[in-house]
Design a protein around this ligand. Structure first.
Ligand code: TRP
Length: 476
């Protein structure tokens, strides 16, 4: 397959390579701890049903929309949208949609890398633990053996209080991301995805089977799937859609950019379907991996970072073979985070290559460096700058530190806005015949997909934006 001549004439070497890269972008920190806790706290099976409905009815149509825009445009995210606008006799200003998306991806990268640094911290801790017990002749020992629960959970606070360590780990992760993107679409991104994603799946299945045998699978099933429809408030619906956008890597330039590297012979509709299916399957499997372990030792399925950085380490401390399983677990999260961060860096990097004519290496390095510096501010927000509330004047961000502000602002405002613009552009503005031929759909299927993009997505995403910005509008 000949790749498209985008961003330095690079392209995927096969359809499989593209699918692995796009699934790699989709499967990340969002799947492994955000989805399971959101589901558990917001009505279990009811949330899962709503989430799946959003993925199928809105996420999937938008994934196809973004990939086809990228392929039809054949450049970086901004150039591609501009090209399609021109081919469709529309204003060039639609490229602002690409600019918004690239900015979102860039900002997400800056804090994503900080969180990925925490993961590296635990790869080191659990790795040291495992190899320590291995050399002591006890490979199947528990993790953190000899430590009290308080000492284990306290390790996160120690990390957060140490700006030097946070920044160093963040730098390590960003350097790995830059190194891969700088090596090119084929020799870097594609190679990383084709090694890391299969490894990720194998590790995921291993830990899930371990949890199914050694953990409390029954309680986990009940927690994740018992539907409680009374918990489906507007805020929860809002979160479900936001999570669907984030998890599918929509609206942040990644799919637009990856789409430009797809050859013309690839049928995009089934490809988009596989990406959405794989992402959702991993999210649900992640829940089935994590909660049996948490419940086995009678712990509270606490939300947020505490779940993987405090609750699970305590569980690994109480379970046979916990040192090994914990080490495997943190490596698999690291792989998932890395294949996502490269998609976040590739978007702005491709634009810099096209716009300034710099080499890929220089572009990736400079974009990554600036994102790193913003991330440093996020890391300092946990210690020296912990009093700073960047958007403290704005109700929904009043409590948010630097990292949470960036996360909330991109997730609640920029991503929905980027998705809304894609839906309007593809559904209403782009040339219909161009869109149809790129989509690989025809007849009734095409009409249905176009309806979802032109009507369902804009209405649903507008509602989310409204409820996201004006919480409590209709009561909660
Ligand atoms: N989807 C990834 C996750 O679930 C994060 C991510 C990668 C992302 N690329 C993106 C989110 C683009 C939004 C947009 O962790």
């Amino acid at each position: 397959m000949a790749g498209a001549a985008a961003a330095g004439g690079q392209g995927w070497s096969s359809r499989t390579a593209f699918i692995l890269a796009a699934v790699g972008a989709a499967v990340g920190l969002g799947n492994i701890w955000r989805f399971p806790t959101l589901a558990g706290e917001n009505g279990g099976g009811a949330f899962v049903l709503v989430y799946i409905a959003f993925v199928v009815l809105l996420g999937l149509p938008l994934v196809l929309s973004e990939i086809l825009l990228g392929r039809a445009g054949g450049e970086d995210a901004i150039g591609s949208v501009e090209n399609v606008a021109v081919k469709s006799n529309r204003s060039r200003n639609w490229r602002g949609l690409g600019a918004l998306q690239i900015t979102s991806g860039f900002l997400i990268l800056s804090f994503y890398s900080v969180v990925a640094g925490w993961v590296i911290n635990y790869v080191f801790i659990s790795g040291g633990d495992f190899f320590g017990s291995l050399f002591a002749g006890d490979p199947f020992s528990v993790a953190f053996s000899g430590e009290s629960q308080d000492a284990i959970t306290g390790r996160m606070g120690e990390l957060f209080a140490d700006p030097g360590r946070l920044i160093l780990l963040h730098a390590l992760f960003m350097a790995a991301t830059i190194g891969i993107v700088a090596s090119g679409v084929h020799d870097g991104i594609e190679k990383a995805a084709t090694w890391l994603m299969p490894a990720f799946f194998v590790l995921l299945v291993i830990v899930t089977i371990y949890g199914a045998f050694k953990g409390n699978f029954e309680d986990a099933l009940a927690f994740l799937f018992t539907p409680d429809f009374s918990k489906l408030t507007p805020t929860v619906l809002n979160e479900a859609l936001g999570q669907a956008l984030f998890s599918l890597s929509l609206a942040a330039g990644g799919l637009l950019t990856y789409g430009a590297y797809v050859g013309k012979d690839v049928n995009l509709a089934p490809t988009a379907g596989m990406i959405a299916l794989a992402d959702t399957t991993v999210a649900i499997l992640a829940g089935l991996m994590i909660f049996p372990i948490v419940f086995a030792v009678g712990l509270d399925p606490a939300g947020g970072p505490a779940l993987i950085f405090q609750t699970l380490p305590v569980a690994f401390n109480a379970m046979p073979g916990g040192a090994l399983v914990g080490f495997v677990f943190f490596i698999l999260i690291f792989f998932a985070a890395l294949t996502s961060s490269i998609s976040l860096l590739e978007g702005p990097t491709a634009w810099v290559i096209d716009r300034f004519g710099w080499t890929r290496k220089k572009s990736a390095f400079i974009v990554g460096l600036v994102a790193f510096l913003i991330g440093v501010a996020c890391a300092l927000g946990y210690n020296v700058w912990s009093d700073i509330r960047p958007l403290g004047f704005w109700g929904i961000f009043a409590e948010a530190d630097i990292l949470d502000t960036l996360d909330g602002f991109t997730g609640k405002i920029m991503l929905p806005l980027g998705a809304l613009l894609v839906a309007v552009f593809v559904g209403w503005k782009a040339d219909r015949r161009l869109v149809e031929s790129e989509s690989g759909l025809s007849g009734g299927m095409f009409a249905f997909w176009r309806f979802l993009v032109a009507w369902a997505a804009p209405v649903a995403v507008s509602l989310v934006l409204l409820f996201g910005l004006i919480p409590g509008l209709l009561g909660d």
